[in-house]
Structures are given as structure tokens and as C-alpha cells.
Design a protein. Structure first.
Length: 195
């Protein structure tokens, strides 16, 4: 995947009309109905500090990256209260309401598959791999809303270099965390955990 450093999007960057008109069939066929939630939550969880930080935690002293932007960001309330984590309910406001007591520690990230050095990382280890930097991502949903949100973390290649992907490695698959006790409102016709 190539990452452009130019922040301006063009008409050609948009989803083709034929795909978004039949998006539900496309998502079902590809088996990635929750991919946005997986990536968003997975990356956000990697950036949480080892203390019991909440989604509303404000980070300070962040490194600006080439992917930062002077664009107006959506409010913290927008980005933390309007989302699709179906593990906590199907309404956009359900996750903020139903995840109040969700425990994110102690968590580990397991890297397996086509790597020379498979291993598990604690969240403390992950947070010490590289300085945290700010990137800004523009999300456009198939439901016609868009949002400009900050993402705090570091480049995936920092982690990848430690596990040494083999020449056979072609893709990265993220499997969600699922705990029925902590996520009793899971719905949306999705089999949990999902990839």
C-alpha cells in the first residue's frame, strides 16, 4: 500500500459509484462488515497508555508527522460518541454508553503467521517501541457521513520489523477482541470475534 504525503484528496480517490451503490452486498461478500471498527479500535487500543486511560484521554507532547493537518478536527465528543463498535450495540451512540466499564488491561497483542519471530507484546512493550505521533485521517462512511479524526500511535513497520515477516507474507489480518461478559450488547448480525 502506498501512502501519499499530499493531504489533498481528488475525485479519483472516491469510492467508485458501482461499489457504494451495492455496498452491503460487497461487505457481506468480502466478510469485512466490521473492518473499519476493527482497524480503528485496534489502532486506538495500541495507543492507549498502560494506565487505565479512557477514550477521552488527551495526549500531550505528540510528534507531528507528515500526515498531520491544519484542518479543523471534529470534536472529541463526535469521534468518541458516534461510531460502529457492534460489540457494544448497533446504534451509533451505544458504544459510548455501553463500554463505560470495559477493561482494556492487561491486554496483549499476538503476532502470528508468516513471520520469522512470532511473539506476544504487552501493551507496555508496544507503547515503548517508538515515540507516539499524531496523524489525521479522513474517514468517509458508506452511510454518507465523514469525519476528520486524530490518530495517535506509530508506524506499523516498527512492529513488523521486530517479527520479521517472511517472503510469503502478503496481508495483515486483525482479529478483534471479544469477551461476552464485557460485551453483552454485541449484535449487528456479525459473528464475534471477526477479522
Amino acid at each position: 500500500m502506498s501512502i501519499r504525503k499530499v493531504p489533498d484528496l481528488t475525485y479519483a480517490d472516491g469510492t467508485p459509484r458501482s461499489v457504494y451503490l451495492d455496498r452491503r452486498k460487497f461487505l457481506r461478500a468480502m466478510g469485512i462488515a466490521g473492518a473499519t471498527a476493527v482497524a480503528g479500535k485496534g489502532l486506538f487500543d495500541l495507543a492507549l497508555p498502560p494506565q487505565n486511560a479512557l477514550a477521552a484521554t488527551q495526549f500531550t507532547g505528540l510528534i507531528k508527522s507528515p500526515f498531520s493537518t491544519p484542518e479543523k478536527q471534529n470534536s472529541l465528543n463526535d469521534v468518541s460518541h458516534y461510531n460502529n463498535f457492534y460489540e457494544f450495540g448497533s446504534d451509533k451512540s451505544d458504544p459510548a454508553k455501553n463500554a463505560q466499564n470495559f477493561k482494556t488491561t492487561p491486554w496483549t497483542v499476538s503476532v502470528e503467521g508468516e513471520v520469522s519471530k512470532p511473539r506476544k507484546f504487552t501493551m507496555d512493550e508496544i507503547l515503548k517501541l517508538a515515540p507516539l505521533e499524531e496523524r489525521i485521517y479522513r474517514h468517509r462512511c458508506v452511510e454518507r457521513w465523514s469525519i476528520v479524526v486524530p490518530w495517535i500511535g506509530f508506524s506499523f513497520n516498527v512492529l513488523a520489523k521486530l517479527v520479521e515477516p517472511t517472503p510469503k507474507a502478503r496481508y495483515v489480518a486483525l482479529e478483534t477482541f471479544y469477551d461476552r461478559r464485557q460485551m453483552p450488547h454485541a449484535e449487528g448480525g456479525i459473528d464475534f470475534p471477526y477479522v
